[in-house]
Design a protein around this ligand. Structure first.
Ligand SMILES: CC(C)(COP(=O)(O)OP(=O)(O)OC[C@H]1O[C@@H](n2cnc3c(N)ncnc32)[C@H](O)[C@@H]1OP(=O)(O)O)[C@@H](O)C(=O)NCCC(=O)NCCS
Length: 331
């Protein structure tokens, strides 16, 4: 049975850079608070009218060009996002249309910050079974249109950014290379600890004036609980990935933890006893781009020459749901 390899990667982030200081015109916050609590100094915001599918399309064009492939070579799209362009249909079909394709299947994955790992696990199964040979795996988010930019929403508004990362995946028979394992988890007992209540079909109607006035349309979070679980679950998942493959932390060339908070990444690093150069972070420049965070970071690692053939790459994520997981990849 073949394994799944990363044929190429790509990223796109919008041009608009929003520095921490900009938030002080809308809410009671400071660059110092944001930097010391999260490590973030700036993030990108999409232009008015620029959609998640638009950003994903730019990232895909880059990945296709790097792979020497055409859009028509893709035989499946898996689109991961918590900020779909529309309530329905899924955003994958809009990306498919932007790419000038029709007919190939488009699956939307709604597993928030763990979305890219859920998508990778599905893609890996399909590729190993021979069902598809060129899967476009996307993580793309537009958070800037859905944040409460008043002091009430300051705990979340400063954390998130917009951007897209993609990977083109295919089968490899090369000895030992490719995706070695994926491990996925979820615990719905914590669903409301990082949550957006409206619009929702669970409400009558899905969206009311009251939802807007009382801010139910904005996400809410118990930051301390999220922090505690993220900094426990990610190292746990990495250890599982290593144990499953009879590997040690010292074997890791690069660990990409989901970019939620630099302090969380640092706690993950310490718990796994990794050196600083083994853990890649770029949250400083992009904030938390949710499903986009791992593929954006991965593309920067690849373009920065941090991964060579045969290196061990480990991915770990945690997010709303709660959902979490890991993947081990022999590059
Ligand atoms: C949100 C987070 C940065 C807050 O950090 P923290 O160390 O828990 O915050 P503290 O307890 O030191 O401070 C909380 C105080 O800061 C205030 N605060 C929150 N956001 C603020 C902001 N942007 N600017 C200034 N003050 C802010 C709170 O209102 C609170 O004030 P109070 O004590 O008067 O009630 C942190 O909990 C976190 O990163 N959690 C994980 C979030 C995450 O990763 N989410 C996505 C997961 S995928």
């Amino acid at each position: 049975m073949p394994r799944t390899e990363f044929i190429s990667t790509g990223l796109y982030v919008p041009d608009r850079v929003v520095k921490n200081d900009e938030f002080t015109q809308w809410m009671d916050t400071s660059d110092e608070w944001i930097r010391t609590r999260t490590g973030i100094t700036e993030r990108r915001w999409a232009a008015v009218g620029q959609t998640g599918a638009d950003m994903a399309c730019e990232a895909t064009k880059l990945a296709l060009q790097r792979a020497g492939l055409k859009a028509a070579d893709l035989d499946c799209i898996i689109y991961c996002t918590l900020s779909p362009d529309h309530f329905f249909p899924g955003t994958g079909v809009f990306l498919q249309r932007n790419l000038g394709l029709a007919g190939i299947p488009c699956l939307d994955v709604r597993n928030q910050c763990t979305g890219f790992l859920y998508g990778l696990s599905i893609a890996d199964g399909w590729i190993r079974s021979g069902q598809y040979k060129r899967i476009l795996l996307v993580g793309s988010e537009v958070h800037s249109t859905g944040m409460d930019l008043t002091t009430r929403g300051r705990d979340l508004a400063v954390l998130f950014g917009d951007g897209a990362g993609v990977a083109i995946l295919g089968p490899t028979e090369a000895d030992g290379r490719g995706v070695l394992s994926t491990h996925l988890f979820a615990d719905g007992h914590y669903a409301e600890l990082l949550f957006c209540d409206a619009p929702a079909s669970a409400r009558h109607p899905r969206l009311s004036q009251d939802d807007i006035e009382t801010a139910r349309i904005f996400p809410v979070m118990n930051g301390k609980e999220v922090f505690k679980h993220a900094s426990t679950r990610m190292p746990e998942s990495v250890r599982l990935a290593l144990d499953t493959n009879h590997l040690a932390a010292s074997d890791i060339k690069i660990l990409i933890p989901h970019q939620a908070n630099l302090r969380i990444s640092e706690m993950v690093r310490r718990q796994l006893d990794l050196r600083e150069d083994q853990v890649f972070n770029n949250i400083q420049r992009y904030g938390n781009t949710t499903a986009g965070s791992i593929p954006i970071a991965l593309d920067e690692c690849v373009q920065g020459g941090l991964l060579g053939r045969g290196d061990l790459l480990v991915l770990a994520a945690f997010g709303s749901g709660f959902t979490w997981g890991s993947a081990a990849i022999r590059w």
